[in-house]
Design a protein around this ligand. Structure first.
Ligand code: KG4
Ligand code: ZN
Length: 348
C-alpha cells in the first residue's frame, strides 16, 4: 500500500510517500522560513498562498523520487488540523481533489498524531505503550500512547509552548526568526550558572507546565545587562543567557518526563516535535532514569527520537500516520479542517 502524505499546517509544505512494504520512499519539503523572516513571524495569508504554489511541484518531485506515478497511490493523507485555517485548507483541498480524481480514499490526520508517531519511522522503533512528549512551537504535552489511535492526555503547558518560549526569547535577544534553533546553538557557547532562571511549576506535583514567566525573567535580565553596558547586549553575555534559558526549559521537561513515566509505569519515552531537535534535551533524555521509590535503585528508561530531519514539520509523518489508519481501518471523515483541535478529542 502506498500512501501520499500532505502537510501544510503552518510554514512548511511537506509531501511524502510511505509504502507499507518498503517504508518511506519519497520525502519532499519546502520551508517558507525565508519568506516570513522579514516579518519576524509567520504571515498566515502568505503561508496559504505559498502552499498552493508548492503542492503540485512537490508532489511531482516526490513521485519522481520514489519512481512512482499518480496511479500507484492507494490513499491520500493530509493534515486536517490543528494549524492555520487557510494553510490547512490549501492542503485539504489538494488532498481531497487528488484522491477524488484517483478514486482513492482520503485520510485526515491530526498534526500532533503525526509528530507522536514519527519516531516509528526510525530504524530503532519504540514498542507500545509509551509516554510521548510532544514539544513543538504550538504544543507541549505529555500523552500516554497505548496503540495507534489510543492517546490519553496526561498534562500540558498552561500557557506558552516550549518552542514558542524558545522563539519569543530568541526574538527578545535580537536573534533572527525563527530563533529557537539559533538560541540553542548559542547556548553551547554560554557559561553554566552565569544566570539562573526560574523552573516554573517544577514542584506542582502534576504534569502541567508553564513557560511564559521564563520569557519575562529573560526580559528582565536583558534590561539589567543593557543598563549596565550602555544599552548593549554583549555577545558573551547573550550566550550565557541562552544557556541559562535552555537549561531551565530542559530541566522542567526532564523532571516532568520522569513524573509522567512514574505515573504511567511505562519505561519508554518518545520525544517528538520541533524542540525534539534540541541537542541538550536529546542528550539529557537519552540518559534518563527514574527512581520509583526513594530508597530503591534507579530504573533505566528507553528514549526514542524521530530522525533529526523528521523532528520539525514534514509530510513523512502524515503519510505514515495515514498508512497506520488505513491498516487499522480507522474511519475517515470529510473535507473540513480543524484549526483548533486538542489531540485528546480524537474519538475512535
Ligand atoms: O514541530 P514544529 O516544526 O512545528 C510546530 O508544529 O510547531 O516545531 C517548531 C518549533 C519552533 O518553535 C522552533 O523554534 C522549535 O521547534 N525548534 C527548536 C529547535 N529546533 C526547532 N527549539 C529548540 N531547539 C532547537 N534545536
Ligand atoms: Zn508540528
Amino acid at each position: 500500500m502506498l500512501v501520499l502524505g500532505i502537510e501544510s499546517s503552518c510554514d512548511e509544505t511537506g509531501v511524502a510517500l510511505y509504502s507499507t512494504e518498503h517504508g518511506l520512499v519519497g520525502n519532499q519539503l519546502h520551508t517558507q522560513m525565508a519568506m516570513h523572516a522579514e516579518y519576524g513571524g509567520v504571515v498566515p495569508e502568505l503561508a496559504s498562498r505559498d502552499h498552493i504554489r508548492r503542492l503540485v511541484p512537490l508532489t511531482q518531485a516526490c513521485l519522481r523520487e520514489a519512481g512512482k506515478n499518480y496511479a500507484d497511490i492507494d490513499a491520500v493523507a493530509y493534515t486536517q488540523g490543528p494549524g492555520l485555517g487557510g494553510a490547512l485548507l490549501a492542503g485539504s483541498a489538494f488532498a481531497n481533489a487528488l484522491a477524488f480524481s484517483l478514486g482513492k480514499p482520503v485520510i485526515p490526520v491530526h498534526h500532533l498524531e503525526g509528530h507522536l508517531l514519527s519516531p516509528l519511522l526510525a530504524e530503532d522503533k519504540p514498542a507500545f505503550p509509551f509516554v510521548a512528549l510532544l514539544v513543538s512551537g504550538g504544543h507541549t504535552q505529555f500523552m500516554a500512547v497505548r496503540g495507534i489511535g489510543d492517546y490519553k492526555l496526561l498534562g500540558e503547558s498552561v500557557d506558552d509552548a516550549a518552542g514558542e518560549a524558545f522563539d519569543k526569547t530568541a526574538k527578545l535577544l535580537g536573534l533572527p526568526y525563527p530563533g529557537g534553533a539559533k538560541l540553542s546553538e548559542l547556548a553551547r557557547l554560554g557559561r553554566a550558572d552565569a544566570f539562573s532562571f526560574p523552573r516554573p511549576m517544577l514542584h506542582s506535583h502534576d504534569l502541567q507546565m508553564s513557560f511564559s514567566g521564563l520569557k519575562t525573567a529573560v526580559l528582565t535580565a536583558v534590561q539589567t545587562v543593557r543598563a549596565e553596558h550602555g544599552g548593549q547586549l554583549p555577545d558573551p553575555v547573550r550566550n550565557d543567557i541562552c544557556r541559562a534559558f535552555q537549561d531551565a526549559v530542559v530541566d522542567v521537561l526532564l523532571a516532568k518526563s520522569r513524573q509522567a513515566l512514574l505515573h504511567t509505569g511505562y519505561r519508554t519515552l518518545v520525544v517528538a516535535g520541533g524542540v525534539g531537535a534540541n541537542w541538550k534535551l536529546r542528550a539529557e533524555l537519552a540518559a534518563l532514569q527514574v527512581r520509583p521509590s526513594p530508597k530503591g535503585p534507579p530504573e533505566a528508561v528507553r528514549t526514542y527520537f524521530p530522525p533529526l530531519p523528521l523532528c520539525t514539520d514534514n509530510g513523512a509523518m502524515i503519510a505514515f500516520a495515514g498508512a497506520m489508519h488505513l491498516q487499522a481501518a480507522l474511519p475517515a471523515v470529510g473535507f473540513n479542517v480543524r484549526p483548533r483541535w486538542p489531540l485528546a478529542e480524537i474519538v475512535r
